[in-house]
Design a binder for this molecule. Structure first.
Ligand code: SF4
Length: 689
């Protein structure tokens, strides 16, 4: 299936982030020389962000890991793949014999979402070895939203903002996080879209719509205020509610407690604005709320935020209709699943997050990893394999994560670059980029509502001694005598395995449709089929399942644990609100700082504050400030902007020299999901002289 051919244009997709924009890759003499946006691609339609534009520089970066290495007396020493695999296999066997299989954890970074080759093969190895502890960023990212939808609709639904007459971008800044969506919204605005943007920052798109400058961490309250208006003014869809839902009467009573005047005090949003946006949203012919990827989830009531937004869509009848939230069919792909009976860490604390109505999540609760390693409770975890992730920077409470990694007996990292996590490893392994192996581009359903699939083609041969992740897991499996579970030897065999149940073939996705295909039509027939896979068979506005587990069956606003309301004494010491993780278009989380062209346009981490906040603390634009929480301190350059809400300090994640996760904490957690608070903490700032 090698597609290297001189002067040829190869149609594939970019997965430097989860969106998977279509690209035309130009190859000369076996070298990738250029990429450009693929106009036929239904999501990106030819658009590429700066990361995609600089793909060639990334692939051929001199900083790439080029061969396996092991640490000896603090220095890296080049070793062969054979030695690396022998060492890993023998160490893992020793650990299993002494502490049991659960003493190994495997962590998969966010790129495992769009790369079956990373996540699914890592999980297969987990099953073969017998550990339940497959961990990923999904313990703090996106799965909360999926669970909120499952609890409400029985399945995950996706918004259709480009078809809607009214779109609410709620904590979402697609100009800096999802360029393909931003392009579509700008086009829709020209065609009459009514846009509402709820965000503490006036984002570029907020300047084109109604901007609601909310206090971070109060989204659930705002949603309940909107529900109060919609229900009290009779703006709800009675027919839809009567036919397809349960629990509306209880909701009707519940939201009486949240009149706009009360919500104004909580959210900083004027009551008149709450009424205004509720009316616009509820009376639009079709409407979609588009939440940011994690902005509503990383709170102690993140799950309830997801439920509140789902209920807004339900009462306005914007479910299973074009322009609302709709189900998306997924391709049937080959499975690599091997069952492990033992539950992973974190299940006792958050049972619903792991198991809902007999369905189990693929992941354990990563937020319990550091504590489990450090306390050895409920049992010792002694080894970790990290694939495509950098938990030292990306997970909350970096200092605790570092302590946990230091305590491990054995740490292996497979990656393209020497990350902050790889620096701490015993063995690092060089991974191929997605241009050096084949795969399936299949996440368009869950990320963009498109029943679309393409073959991610191997554009160039693997560079240096880099291996595709699937090969690492298969070869390690063979070394550990699990060879019968890892029969795959080539990219082609792997891709054939994925495609087999789908009815699609490699030939179809290379010769007939190299740009990809819609494997089915998107339908809006959940209501007609009566397909709500909840216990009641209806959309559950009121969730008996949540009630049975001791959680709120209807969304209730909960103050962030650190706020002037919930912790006034702490607020005396730390008077400002810290929100973390705004996106930067040049980077995906912790990646690409070493691509010079990207670094040139976004050279350093920047905290954003309002000029009035700056003046209050004697700070000027461009100064370096110290930002301190009760967990730690970092130094970072400041930008003053009137776009930011006063009293808010916004700091991006992913920077080693100003690692915002030094400031964040693992406690408290959302009781349902275990997610930690990253979007509304308390901090103080001062100018660094
Ligand atoms: Fe690649 Fe950028 Fe598209 Fe993400 S948004 S897939 S990084 S081009």
């Amino acid at each position: 299936m090698t597609t290297v051919s001189p002067g040829k244009v190869i149609k594939t997709d970019c997965i430097l982030c989860v969106w998977g924009c279509g690209i035309n890759a130009y190859v000369e003499d076996g070298k990738l020389v250029k990429v450009e946006g693929m106009t036929e691609h239904p999501l990106s339609q030819g658009v590429l962000c700066p990361r995609g534009e600089h793909l060639v520089d990334y692939i051929y970066s001199p900083d790439r890991l080029k061969y396996p290495m092991k640490k000896r007396n603090g220095d890296w020493e080049r070793i062969s793949w054979d030695e690396a695999l022998d060492t890993i296999a023998s160490k893992l066997q020793q650990i299993k014999d002494k502490f049991g299989a659960h003493a190994l954890a495997i962590f998969c970074g966010s790129i495992g979402v769009e790369n079956l080759e990373l996540a699914a093969f890592a999980r297969r190895f987990r099953g073969a070895y017998g550990t339940p502890n497959f961990l990923s960023v999904e313990s703090n990212c996106f799965r909360s939203r999926i669970l909120a939808h499952q609890l409400t609709f029985g399945t995950f639904l996706l918004e259709e903002p480009e078809k809607a007459k009214c779109t609410i971008l709620w904590g979402h800044d697609p100009d800096n996080s999802k360029l393909p969506l931003a392009s579509k919204i700008y086009k829709a605005l020209d065609e009459g879209l009514q846009l509402i943007v709820i965000n503490p920052k006036r984002t570029p798109l907020a300047k084109r719509g109604i901007h609601i400058q909310i206090r971070p961490g109060t989204d659930c309250a705002l949603a309940l205020g909107m529900l109060n208006v919609i229900i009290s003014e009779g703006l709800y869809d009675k027919e839809f509610i009567d036919k397809y839902t349960v629990g509306f009467d209880k909701l009707k009573e519940h939201v009486k407690q949240y009149p706009p005047e009360k919500i104004e005090e909580i959210t900083w949003v004027p009551a008149s604005d709450i009424r205004r946006i509720a009316r616009i949203y509820a009376t639009a012919e079709s409407a979609s709320i588009v939440p940011g990827i994690c902005s509503l989830d990383q709170h102690i009531n993140g799950l309830q935020n997801g439920r509140a937004l789902s209920i807004l869509q339900v009462v306005t009848g914007n479910i299973d209709v074009p322009g609302g939230w709709a189900a998306v069919p997924f391709p049937r792909l080959g499975s690599l699943h091997i069952k492990v009976d033992e539950d992973p860490i974190g299940v006792a604390e958050h049972p619903l997050f792991y198991r809902l109505w007999g369905r189990t999540s693929p992941y354990g609760q990563t937020m319990y990893f550091a504590d489990t390693v450090l306390t050895e409770k409920p049992y010792p975890i002694k080894a970790l394999i990290v694939t495509g992730g950098n938990p030292v920077l990306s997970l909350p409470d970096s200092n605790k994560m570092k302590q946990a990694l230091e305590k491990l007996d054995f740490l292996v990292v497979i990656d393209l670059f020497m990350t902050e996590t790889a620096e701490m490893a015993d063995i690092v392994l060089p991974a191929c980029s997605f241009m050096e192996r084949s795969g399936i581009g299949y996440v368009y359903g869950v990320t963009s509502g498109l029943p679309y699939i393409l073959l991610r083609k191997r554009v160039i041969e693997p560079l240096w001694e880099c291996w595709p992740d699937w090969k690492f897991w298969c070869e390690l499996g063979r070394k550990m005598d699990y060879g019968d579970l890892f029969p795959w030897k080539t990219d082609e065999e792997v891709v054939k395995h994925w495609l087999k149940p789908s009815g699609l073939t490699i030939e179809q996705l290379t010769e007939q449709n190299p740009e990809g295909v819609f494997f089915t039509e998107k339908k809006y027939d959940m209501r007609q089929k009566g397909e709500f896979k909840t216990p009641s068979g209806k959309i559950e506005i009121y969730s008996e399942t949540l009630a049975e587990h001791g959680y709120d069956p209807l969304p209730v606003p909960i103050e962030p644990s650190q706020s002037p309301v919930s912790s006034p004494e702490l607020a005396q010491e730390y008077p400002l609100i810290l929100t973390t993780g705004p996106r930067i278009l040049e980077y995906t989380h912790t990646q690409f700082r070493n691509v010079p062209q990207l670094r040139q346009s976004a050279p350093e981490p920047i905290a954003e504050i309002h000029p009035a906040t700056a003046t209050k603390y004697g700070i000027a634009d461009g100064d370096t400030i110290a930002v301190e929480t009760r967990n730690g301190q970092i130094k970072i350059k400041v930008r003053t902007t009137e776009d930011m809400a006063p009293q808010v300090v916004s700091i991006p994640h992913g920077w080693a020299q100003a690692n915002v996760n030094v400031l964040t904490e693992l406690e408290p957690r959302d009781p349902v999901t275990g997610y930690t608070e990253l979007k509304a903490l308390l901090c103080r700032i001062k100018k660094v002289i």
